[in-house]
Design a protein around this ligand. Structure first.
Ligand SMILES: Nc1ncnc2c1ncn2[C@@H]1O[C@H](COP(=O)(O)OP(=O)(O)OP(=O)(O)O)[C@@H](O)[C@H]1O
Length: 240
């Protein structure tokens, strides 16, 4: 991937997250800048409480920053109202949580098809797209299983396929394999990177696992409210 031609899929500029609670002010981060380019896989690391989830929620338009701007696919989303933010979220962002949040009464295929249908596609084409994606995760023979009939690793693969269903520009994931055993976690993480890459999305993935983070194109550390990269990270490795 050439830095010169890859466009920015996600741009956070001078974003702030400040919590006011019980008269106390908590400045999680301020003036934070981060760019993720098309097709780029970026690992977000930092100690517990550093602000990884807060950053992902702001990048995913789930929360508004207390300052700064968020751009998705070249579009400044800062001034959008709630309906506009929801529309961008549905069209351009795929979110993977640590716990899959699948709907237990629907099959794997229906869970993946739903976001596609909500985006306006027919049921038939959404189910077809879901089958295509689930097959990429080796779940072609599990289409009609409901989440309780799937293993933990399979459930998380379905959740990742669901996040990719609308061909998002950006995939955001918060400890996406954090509840899996180490072997399954490695396998599912590798598939997440592989399929996200081949689907052409960018990814920003928060993880405490430095081995998994090392498989990505770039590693960024959030520490003391700022993003640090490259040699600077080594100084703070002890805090991870
Ligand atoms: N709704 C809230 N109100 C007040 N403070 C909050 C709120 N949400 C998060 N915080 C605080 O903001 C800080 C950053 O939290 P965040 O969840 O983003 O950290 P994290 O890096 O994802 O941590 P972990 O790795 O433990 O999940 C923490 O100190 C947390 O207590």
């Amino acid at each position: 991937m050439s830095e010169a031609i890859a466009r920015v899929a996600l741009r956070l500029e001078k974003v702030a997250r400040i919590y006011e609670q019980g008269g106390a002010t908590l400045r999680v981060f301020e003036d934070l800048d981060l760019e993720v380019r098309e097709g780029e896989m970026v690992a977000l690391v930092g100690h517990s409480g550093a602000g990884k989830s807060s950053l992902l929620h702001i990048a995913g338009l789930l929360e508004r920053p207390t300052g700064g701007s968020v751009e998705i696919g070249g579009r400044d989303c800062t001034a959008l109202d709630d309906a506009g933010r929801t529309a961008v979220r549905r069209a351009d962002i795929g979110f993977v949580y640590q716990f899959h949040n699948l709907l237990p009464e629907f099959t794997a295929q229906e869970n993946v098809a739903l976001p596609h249908m909500i985006a306006g596609y027919s049921k038939a084409s959404s189910m077809q797209e879901a089958e295509r994606l689930l097959s990429k995760f080796g779940l072609g023979a599990r289409l009609t299983h409901r989440p309780p009939e799937l293993s933990g690793g399979e459930q998380q693969r379905v959740a990742i396929a669901r996040a990719l269903a609308n061909h998002p520009k950006v995939v955001l994931a918060d400890e996406p394999t954090g509840n899996l055993d180490p072997g399954t976690s490695r396998a599912v993480f590798a598939e997440l990177l592989d399929v996200t890459r081949t689907e052409g999305a960018a990814a920003l993935i928060a993880t405490h696992n430095l081995d998994l983070a090392g498989q990505m194109d770039r590693l960024v550390l959030i520490h003391d409210g700022a993003i640090r990269e490259g040699a600077e990270i080594a100084k703070h490795y002890h805090s991870l």
